[in-house]
Design a binder for this molecule. Structure first.
Ligand code: NAD
Length: 472
């Protein structure tokens, strides 16, 4: 009796898959759509190549997977690469600052969990042995934001490949060049380390049309969207399994029991980090009346500049807010650049603009993503909690609280129901930068995965062996 080789079996499976996807076998993964190192002329070619890569990846051992994950970390952490990603993203998107982007990319590379995140569950007894293993979806379609372009690619690539998947990235069109650069570098290094080619792919011209094609493609088994409400709504309406990591508007609450000098520094550090681009960054402060003046005074000592003239505050609001949205051209700009635009010459060292405003002001309501921070005075702790919950808009994303009252901290955490709740630290401690715990740049509040990691990008599959391997 003749035997069939595993390679032959794989080729037959690929043929069947391509039929399902409406393609022919001659549309090879390395065929006309491939521009090299993971970049493809069209979305369909990219996805078929990723599917072929995933099928080859199934034959790699866990040890090999762990090595490929290590390669992603190594490529990202080369000092010139960290510098290039940070500088390239700032230049291309016009947002953020180089030093903080280096810190973000480093955190993504060092602190994103790898294969160790995949823990098998097992039951053994009279009937035998059953395991539930964390298995890949196959090809994942991942949509990435302008605000953390390379950070999200590093973070998602580590988690998704650790879980045994291949990934098609749909970067923001305004971050195409730096995303391409990174995807090329990762592909070259992975192939050099013996990984199947095209585990990480994208298209030459990212666009909404290409993202829509990706969302509809039959070979894409899971969608992961990191971005604003539009894209989260789009993936959740796709009919596929989707992880939605959406907008935040994190309030920072300061009560009378807080260490005010420390709270002030932490808030300035967090709200100015990468010019306030992170979805986790403090977007408004709600302080109880008795400590608000002291808090502002201490913030000024740490690089904040207070706008006091109502006419200037109004001019700034006209400039940077358009209805319910921040004006794109001002997102992630340096504080001195914003001040000069409203006719204020900034003193040296300014990294954050603060303005005391009423609670219904656009600086509170709108997710600004720039170093402009509203300060709202609340009459007491109860009112401060109420206002913070309203300001967060039910996003269930991130909140920060400065307090030494354990009961107040607990009550606030229960009321606001955010995925991340940082106590007595800058917001970025919540993603592992200066706080305990792992790092992620895809925080899925709307769909409940929370701080995603490899196990979020995986399926639970059960293997049952009846009547054996029970040695109890
Ligand atoms: P964005 O929503 O404008 O874009 C995000 C991505 O989605 C981009 O790749 C964009 O091209 C794509 N996109 C947007 N609308 C689309 C549509 N209708 N169809 C197809 N593709 C679409 O967001 P941004 O400005 O790049 O990033 C900032 C936003 O992302 C903020 O709201 C921020 O809070 C959020 N964000 C959330 C997380 C998180 O983990 N929860 C992380 C980073 C950023």
């Amino acid at each position: 009796m003749s035997t069939v080789s595993p390679e032959a079996v794989r080729r037959v499976v690929e043929l069947v898959v391509r039929e399902v996807a409406g393609r022919t076998a001659s549309d090879s993964a390395t065929g006309d759509g491939c521009l090299g190192d993971g970049i493809f002329a069209d979305m369909d070619s990219a996805i078929v190549a990723a599917d072929t890569a995933w099928r080859a990846y199934l034959d790699c051992s866990m040890k090999e997977r762990a090595r490929f994950v290590a390669v992603i970390r190594e490529v990202s952490l080369v000092p010139e690469h960290l510098e290039r990603m940070a500088r390239g993203a700032v230049e291309e998107t016009g947002m953020g600052n180089v030093a903080d982007k280096i810190a973000k990319n480093r955190a993504a590379a060092e602190l994103t969990p790898g294969t160790e995140d995949l823990v098998t569950e097992a039951w053994s007894g009279d009937e035998g042995l059953t395991t539930v293993e964390i298995s890949p979806f196959g090809v994942i379609g991942a949509i990435t934001p302008t605000t953390n372009p390379t950070e999200t690619i590093i973070n998602n690539a580590i988690g998704m490949l650790a879980a045994g998947n291949a990934v098609v990235f749909s970067p923001h069109p305004r971050a195409t060049n730096i995303s391409h650069w990174l995807i090329r570098e990762l592909n070259r290094a992975l192939v050099a380390a013996g990984a199947p080619p095209n585990l990480i792919v994208t298209v030459a011209e990212p666009s909404i049309e290409n993202t829509n094609a990706m969302m509809q493609h039959k070979l894409v088994r899971l969608l992961v969207a990191t971005g604003g409400p539009g894209i989260v709504q789009a993936v959740l309406s796709s009919g596929k399994k989707a992880i939605g990591a959406g907008a935040g508007n994190p309030p920072a609450l300061v009560d009378a029991s807080a260490d005010i000098a420390k709270a002030a520094k932490d808030i300035v550090d967090g709200a100015s980090f990468d010019n306030n681009l992170p979805c986790t960054a403090e977007k408004e402060v709600i302080a109880v009346e008795s400590v608000t003046d002291l808090l502002k005074f201490e913030m000024l000592r740490h690089g904040a500049y207070e706008l006091r003239d109502p006419a200037l505050i109004a001019r700034l609001a006209d400039l940077v807010v358009d209805g319910r949205h921040a004006v794109t051209g001002w997102i992630g700009k340096d504080a001195p650049v914003i001040l000069r635009a409203i006719g204020v010459e900034p003193p040296p060292g300014v990294r954050l603009i603060i303005a005391e405003v009423p609670f219904d002001h656009p600086f509170v309501r709108v997710e600004l993503m720039m170093p402009v921070l509203a300060i709202v005075r609340a009459k007491d702790l109860e009112q401060a909690m109420d206002l913070a919950v309203i300001a967060e808009h039910g996003n269930r994303h991130t909140a920060i609280m400065h307090s030494s009252d354990v009961n107040a901290l607990t009550r606030m955490a229960k009321r606001i129901q955010t995925t991340i709740f940082v106590k007595n630290g800058p917001s970025y401690a919540g993603i592992g930068i200066g706080g305990e715990g792992y790092c992620t740049f895809t925080i899925a509040g709307p769909t409940g995965e929370g701080l995603t990691s490899a196990r979020s990008f995986a399926r639970r599959r059960r293997c049952v062996l009846v009547g054996g391997l029970n040695v109890r």
